[in-house]
Design a protein. Structure first.
Length: 403
């Protein structure tokens, strides 16, 4: 799909090597489609998957960015179409008699199942099975399903807010669709783990039966970025099987106010410095004021795309197009994000075993924790860039997330 470019994702930090595979269940739009990241048995010469799965996704990115797909899609294909993810494609699944904890991951607006490979592979390397959904509510840049008739592909393009319709009502409908998909994904893994035969309808698809008895469904979490972050919050309301949520730079706008008192489980909000608005943070604080286990932290020097793989694309042109980098090094941002998420998940999922051991603590100068006190709009408006310089501040924060 183009000349050789670099997607400089860091290697796995945890004790497990990571494999991945695509899974599609069902022959209609009501089915599920996701990329599965899992601890694997290493093998030499394993194929590395393309980061952009198909040319059609370049067309979707062009549409979402507001550029003509006639010229933008070919340029994207040339620039990033040959980038590969440093994972083993369809590598043998590494069995676990006690069961791996499960994360369902929800992507952001205009993204798709591979855009968060960096964070998903890090979580899998620490002993999680991660299912990165590709939503079919028209919020993905592009997606598709395979019909039963000769496995014909039916594509679902990204849809902008229809003219004349209020954005809240359009996005609210989408977020409910997405949260329902997350709930269905958890139910799917219940069926798989119990031994029910679930066919993967993709040609030469990954055999889901190998997951039988290897997932601990009592330790299931929901995670997402941006639109996926608020999807994760709503999924806690819809599916009691999710024990907690990690929301990366959540876009809180689409969630109706009446649902905030109904969020029953703890949420970790990991925000970037440049994306959130006072209104959005105030909504997060409504949740943290009701649940002392809900935490809000901000990664200083980061931008909205810092929590996606776009931050690891080399080349000034691509980074300028996607506004992917802040002042904080993307590798450090990934470390901060994954370590904070791990500490939170270990606490609330009750994980205490070598396969999910806590990683090193975070550099305190890049982290800010927000209190649950009522939001001070004037303080936000005139806020200078804050840094935690008190010795041990981050250590205490991670300890509070983990203990």
């Amino acid at each position: 799909m183009g000349g050789e470019q670099s997607l400089a994702l860091p290697p796995e930090k945890g004790p497990h090597r990571v494999g991945c595979a695509d899974v599609m269940v069902g022959h209609t739009q009501q089915g599920l489609f996701f990329r599965l990241f899992y601890p694997c048995v290493p093998r030499d010469g394993a194929e590395r998957p393309l980061w952009i799965p198909r040319y059609e996704y370049c067309s979707g990115l062009a549409d979402f960015s507001g550029h003509s797909r006639r010229w933008c899609a070919p340029l994207l294909s040339i620039a990033i179409g040959s980038c590969r993810v440093p994972l083993s494609w369809k590598a043998p699944f590494k069995p676990c008699s006690s069961g791996y904890p499960l994360i369902i991951f929800s992507h952001g607006l205009g993204a798709f199942r591979t855009v968060y490979s960096s964070i998903c592979m890090q979580m899998a390397s620490w002993g999680f099975v991660v299912a990165a959904l590709e939503h079919r509510d028209s919020s993905a840049a592009m997606t598709y399903f395979c019909t039963a008739e000769a496995v014909r592909e039916q594509w679902i393009p990204h849809q902008q807010v229809p003219q004349g319709q209020k954005e809240f009502y359009f996005r609210n409908s989408q977020v409910h669709h997405r949260a329902n998909e997350c709930a269905r994904a958890l139910r799917l893994f219940r069926d798989i783990s119990s031994g029910k035969s679930i066919p993967n309808v993709l040609p030469q698809g990954f055999d889901l039966s190998v997951l039988k008895d290897s997932i601990d469904l009592a330790k299931a979490a929901i995670m997402g970025h941006s639109f996926g972050g608020v999807t994760a919050v709503l999924a806690l309301v819809k599916e009691p099987g999710f024990r907690c949520a990690v929301a990366l730079d959540a876009w809180m706008f689409p969630l109706e106010n009446v649902l905030y008192p109904e969020v029953p489980k703890p949420v970790l909000f990991i925000n970037t410095e440049k994306f959130q608005t006072p209104e959005s943070v105030a909504k997060m604080k409504r949740l943290s004021s009701r649940n002392s286990q809900t935490k809000i932290i901000t990664v200083l020097g980061s931008v909205h795309q810092s929590q996606t793989d776009f931050a690891f694309l080399t080349g000034k042109l691509i980074n300028r197009v996607f506004n992917a980098r802040g002042t904080l090094d993307p590798y450090k941002c990934l470390d901060i994000t994954s370590q904070a998420a791990l500490a939170f998940l270990q606490r609330h999922l009750g994980i205490a075993r070598p396969g999910c051991a806590a990683p090193a603590l975070l550099p305190s100068q890049h982290l800010q924790q927000l209190s649950s006190q009522p939001f001070d709009r004037s303080a936000w408006r005139f806020r200078l860039k804050l840094e935690l310089v008190v010795a041990g501040a981050t250590k205490r924060l991670l300890k509070s997330l983990h203990n």
